[in-house]
Ligand binder design. Structure first.
Ligand SMILES: NC(=O)c1ccc[n+]([C@@H]2O[C@H](COP(=O)([O-])OP(=O)(O)OC[C@H]3O[C@@H](n4cnc5c(N)ncnc54)[C@H](OP(=O)(O)O)[C@@H]3O)[C@@H](O)[C@H]2O)c1
Length: 254
């Protein structure tokens, strides 16, 4: 099955949290982590965030680094990737800056969510209609629409519920985790991979591709090991070239 290559990019506290329990925007990473995030976004045709992440930030990160913008132009990519929000409910606030940012916006939603979101300025609305749970996105039926929109590489920027829903169908290919020097704690605080979780005997294996220490932060890059029966990723030439630049095995110290 053809689907985009999916790369998750998250910053995490040393105790494994991506924010606090009150849904605050996660601004505990350093300037180096922000630059790292921008670099990952620049390599993507699309970015995807869960609705709670948009509810936390009210905005999406746009590319500003002229070097990254030049690299996208050289690859014939639009200056900004398409920014998708995943929301079963389609419930947002019109005042959020996201809706006036100079970007193309996409909504991944259900039939009811699409009705609720009619007033919002989305350029593309991808509706999942075959899921047995009418509030859940059925990702596989949407992959051809990503292909039609030219989305071959998708950067998933959180949060933990969205990541877990993609992980549940083995649709995550790589994971970038920045371990930040702070402790957050709290049972209700989101983690990189929430959802219902897995039993230990079902845990997903990761292969460490690279690790780098910058200042007080550790940048970890993993490949997710997929069993052969899971979807085959079709990467276009640009994404394949990026993989070579990022390096594969053995694990690299950057
Ligand atoms: N440290 C970091 O790098 C980082 C990155 C991103 C976010 N965060 C933090 O993470 C927190 C938000 O994370 P979160 O886990 O609570 O939420 P989330 O994953 O951002 O969003 C969850 C929401 O997305 C929609 N959604 C996700 N998967 C879906 C599916 N399969 N089917 C239907 N709808 C789906 C639903 O929206 P509806 O409710 O509209 O139905 C759901 O309630 C915030 O505090 C944010 O600051 C941290």
């Amino acid at each position: 099955m053809m689907r985009p290559k999916i790369v998750v990019v998250l910053a995490m506290s040393a105790d494994g949290k991506i924010s606090d329990g009150s849904g605050s925007p996660a601004r505990f990473g350093s300037a180096a982590d922000r630059a790292h995030l921008e670099t990952q976004i620049a390599q993507a045709d699309g970015v995807l965030m869960g609705a709670n992440t948009l509810r936390a930030y009210h905005t999406s990160l746009t590319l500003r680094d002229p070097r990254l913008l030049d690299q996208r132009a050289a690859r014939d990519q639009a200056s900004q990737p398409l920014h998708f929000i995943c929301s079963g409910s389609g419930q947002f606030e019109p005042a959020w800056r996201f809706f006036s940012q100079p970007i193309s916006r996409g909504l991944i939603t259900t039939s009811q969510g699409a009705l609720n979101a009619q007033a919002y300025d989305f350029d593309h609305v991808l509706i999942s209609s075959t899921s047995t749970d009418s509030s859940e996105i059925g990702w596989t039926e949407l992959w051809p629409q990503f292909q039609n929109l030219g989305i071959h590489r998708l950067a998933v920027l959180g949060g933990g519920e969205l990541v877990a829903s993609l992980g549940a169908i083995a649709a995550i290919d790589e994971l970038w985790l920045t371990v930040c020097p702070c402790l957050i704690g709290g049972r209700a605080a989101p983690t990189p991979y929430d959802g219902v979780g897995k039993l230990l005997k079902e845990t997903q294996s990761l292969e460490l591709l690279s690790h780098r220490i910058e200042g007080q932060e550790v940048f970890l890059h993993y490949r997710v090991a997929h069993p052969p029966a899971n979807p085959v990723v079709v990467a276009p030439p640009a994404a394949a070239a990026l993989d070579l630049q990022l390096g594969q095995s053995p694990p690299q110290t950057e």
